[in-house]
Design a protein around this ligand. Structure first.
Ligand SMILES: *[C@@H]1O[C@H](CO)[C@@H](O)[C@H](O)[C@H]1NC(C)=O
Ligand SMILES: *[C@@H]1O[C@H](CO)[C@@H](O)[C@H](O)[C@H]1NC(C)=O
Ligand SMILES: *[C@@H]1O[C@H](CO)[C@@H](O)[C@H](O)[C@H]1NC(C)=O
Ligand SMILES: *[C@@H]1O[C@H](CO)[C@@H](O)[C@H](O)[C@H]1NC(C)=O
Length: 474
């Protein structure tokens, strides 16, 4: 029997449990919308949705957050495919019952299919990251109605069709990422109204036409990635307006033509410039000397000619000038002195040095060195003896002359191409740790060590023998 003093405490305790459970129960529409989402999931091997159970408060479910009125405001599910943390199935249109949803993150779930149409029924939505799933269909033509949108990303899906011009109505947008889909058509001119945009990603689509000349009003833009499309024409002059703040400009793998504009040298904040695999011609502007903050520069696979300007970079991290019409003669001094370089690609750059004479200031960070198709003589023995983390060394089509048995093959090395040189000696056992090897067209001799590589890797040498080549003569 309850004593008088215990009673009020117990009652208070009972009432507080009652009110807490009532208050914490999420709205019935939100609950049914989420359960319908779950029922569209056919496989959830790691139990991402294990806590989503009917009869429990959906505000406590993993990935679900509620606002003060117990309406669901945010849904955030993120997979890790390498740990089999994925979801398979189709997103339910019932998610549009979550009327107060302001942010939705469905990232790296890999096999989640569906279309973006359910978003149209969520007028308060501000943040959409539906990345690296299997979403298909079109970007809805009426997406421009969702004027609260601040970030919109469908990166890494299978969207088709054109980019709707109504996106221009989303004037709050700071991030727009449609990269790595199957979109066609041109960039709508209405993009000129996206004055708050700081991140625009359209890479890896099938977009075509010229890059529209609409950048003069996009003063906040810091990242612009248009690589791997079918854009034609010149770099538009209005890009010059982005000079004070643009940090990433990626236009590689398109069909762009004309000269590299002088104004790019004014981009003092530029960190990464990728113009590779286009049809840019003429010289690289002298103004590039002022790109002192550039870390990643890729001008490879164009039609650029000499003279290459001297750059005053503080430290380049990765450089690719391969396959143009350069005759650099030597490896530029601003490369040799860089304290942080990890990737150097200067294939077919008209380099005529003795490799032993090249004394880079630091070799510590090197992952990749590609000096293929030059006129480089001497030996890489000293260089490779100083690189502890090298993953790829490519020097085919040069005049290298050294004893292969003296070459240190570091454990990290996966890819070695020394084809078409004058390398002599025997093939060392250490090649067994490599994933790719090409020693063809050299002067190697003697019995091959046990190897997984085919005869192609060893063809055209003086007297190599043993499997996969014909047996050695006794
Ligand atoms: C949404 O967009 C469509 C087509 O662009 C338009 O007809 C409709 O009136 C818009 N709805 C609202 C609520 O603004
Ligand atoms: C580098 O910038 C300075 C200052 O804007 C300018 O005077 C100079 O001409 C530029 N250098 C080159 C090579 O364009
Ligand atoms: C390779 O490096 C080791 C250790 O630094 C050194 O003792 C050796 O002389 C070097 N060999 C060549 C060929 O540079
Ligand atoms: C090796 O290189 C030669 C010439 O550089 C090339 O023709 C051949 O296809 C390459 N073989 C392999 C196995 O990569």
């Amino acid at each position: 029997m309850l004593s008088f003093s215990q009673f009020p405490v117990s009652l208070f305790f009972f009432l507080s449990i009652l009110t807490a459970s009532l208050a914490a129960n999420c709205h019935v529409n939100d609950q049914s919308g989420l359960l319908a989402f779950k029922s569209g999931i056919t496989s959830d091997p790691s139990g991402i949705l294990a806590s989503w159970k009917a009869g429990t408060d959906c505000c406590t479910w993993s990935g679900v957050s509620c606002g003060s009125d117990n309406r669901v405001t945010s849904l955030s599910l993120s997979g890790q495919p390498e740990k089999n943390q994925i979801l398979s199935g189709t997103i339910s249109s019932s998610l549009s019952k979550l009327k107060k949803l302001n942010s939705i993150y469905l990232t790296n779930l890999k096999n989640l299919a569906g279309t973006p149409d359910f978003l149209l029924a969520l007028p308060e939505i501000q943040i959409v990251y539906i990345e690296n799933n299997k979403f298909s269909g079109h970007v809805p033509a009426s997406i421009g109605n969702l004027t609260q949108l601040y970030a919109l990303s469908f990166l890494g899906n299978r969207l088709t069709g054109r980019i709707p011009s109504s996106i221009g109505q989303l004037t709050q947008l700071s991030q727009l990422k449609l990269g790595d889909n199957m979109l066609i058509g041109t960039i709508p001119n209405t993009f000129s109204k996206l004055k708050s945009l700081s991140y625009l990603s359209l890479e890896k689509n099938q977009l075509s036409g010229s890059i529209p000349n609409l950048f003069s009003s996009l003063r906040e833009l810091r990242i612009l990635t248009l690589s791997y499309n079918k854009f034609t024409g010149n770099i538009p002059t209005s890009i010059a307006a982005l000079a004070p703040q643009l940090r990433f400009l990626e236009l590689g793998h398109n069909y762009l033509t004309g000269k590299i504009p002088d104004f790019l040298g004014k981009f003092r904040a530029l960190d990464t410039l990728d113009l590779s695999s286009n049809r840019f011609s003429g010289t690289v502007p002298k103004s590039f000397a002022n790109l002192t903050k550039i870390f990643n520069l890729d001008l490879s696979h164009n039609l650029l000619v000499d003279p290459f300007p001297k750059l005053f970079v503080k430290g380049i991290e990765s450089l690719d000038l391969s396959y143009n019409n350069f005759h650099l003669g030597t490896i530029p001094s601003w490369v040799t002195t860089s304290p942080i370089i990890y990737s150097l690609k200067l294939a077919k750059c008209g380099i005529k040095i003795k490799l032993d004479d090249w004394k880079p200031k630091t070799t510590y960070f090197y992952d990749y060195i590609d000096l293929s198709d030059n006129e480089i003589s001497g030996s890489p023995i000293v260089l490779l003896n100083k690189t502890d983390f090298l993953v790829g060394f490519y020097a085919s089509g040069n005049k290298l002359k050294f004893d292969l048995e003296k070459l240190r093959i570091v454990e990290t090395l996966k890819d070695l191409d020394l084809s078409r040189n004058m390398v002599y000696g025997k093939v060392p056992k250490a090649i067994s740790g490599l994933q790719k090897l090409n020693l063809s067209s050299n002067h190697l001799c003697g019995q091959l060590p046990p190897t997984k590589f085919g005869a192609n890797s060893f063809a055209g040498n003086d007297c190599l023998c043993g499997s996969p080549l014909p047996p050695c003569k006794p």
